[in-house]
Design a protein around this ligand. Structure first.
Ligand code: SF4
Ligand code: SF4
Length: 184
């Protein structure tokens, strides 16, 4: 019918087509909205205790990292693999021995693009893409997360990486753990 109208009066056909297209889109939106009530779908905050607890995500989801300071050997392979140079590793040579003590492991999330290239080369499997899918902050400094100063549970991804933990980590001077080469 619109095609016939377009042939007879192109301007009227264009108007009819525009109205039909908009109505079609609104109908789809309305259908999804009504489905919420028909199926009793609960809201996000009713289903999940986020951000107190992590949200279930797909197995290969690439969220904010999980990092295990207790096994990191400070080899720099992850930082070298990062295409945007947003991993900053602080380390000190073990006095009178081999290896490094990791003193800082910061990722600048204003640069990170969640490509996961840092995960692949790690020889001790201590960095992974995690499940946290957002991180609010009020300043650019808040986007820089030093995993060496986060509580281990948060760094490991057992608890959500959250702005409060990140803010509290900013006033911690020493790393929470010295890593595998920690002097005993
Ligand atoms: S996910 Fe990609 S961009 Fe982000 S720190 Fe790892 S290598 Fe760098
Ligand atoms: S996270 Fe893995 S690759 Fe990166 S410095 Fe630590 S041990 Fe090396």
């Amino acid at each position: 019918m619109i095609a016939a109208l377009k042939r007879a009066w192109p301007w009227a056909g264009n108007i009819a087509e525009t109205v039909a297209t908009v109505a079609d889109g609104l109908g789809t939106t309305l259908g999804v909205w009504l489905k919420t009530y028909r199926t009793g779908r609960r809201t996000f905050t009713e289903q999940f205790e986020y951000p107190e607890l992590p949200v279930p995500v797909a197995a290969r989801y690439r969220g904010f990292h999980r990092f295990d300071l207790t096994t990191c050997i400070g080899c720099d392979l992850c930082a070298k693999a990062c295409p945007v140079d947003c991993i900053y590793i602080g380390k000190e040579k073990v006095e009178g021995g081999k290896g490094f003590v990791v003193t800082g492991y910061a990722i600048d999330y204003s640069k990170c693009m969640f490509c996961a290239l840092c995960v692949e080369p790690c020889p001790v499997d201590c960095i992974f893409m995690g499940a946290t899918h957002d991180l609010s902050c009020y300043s650019r400094d808040g986007c820089i997360v030093d995993f060496a100063r986060l509580p281990l549970d948060v760094a490991w991804g057992r608890a959500t990486l959250n702005p409060t933990a990140v803010a509290e980590s900013k006033v911690i001077v020493e790393p929470v753990h010295g890593g595998p080469n920690q002097p005993s």
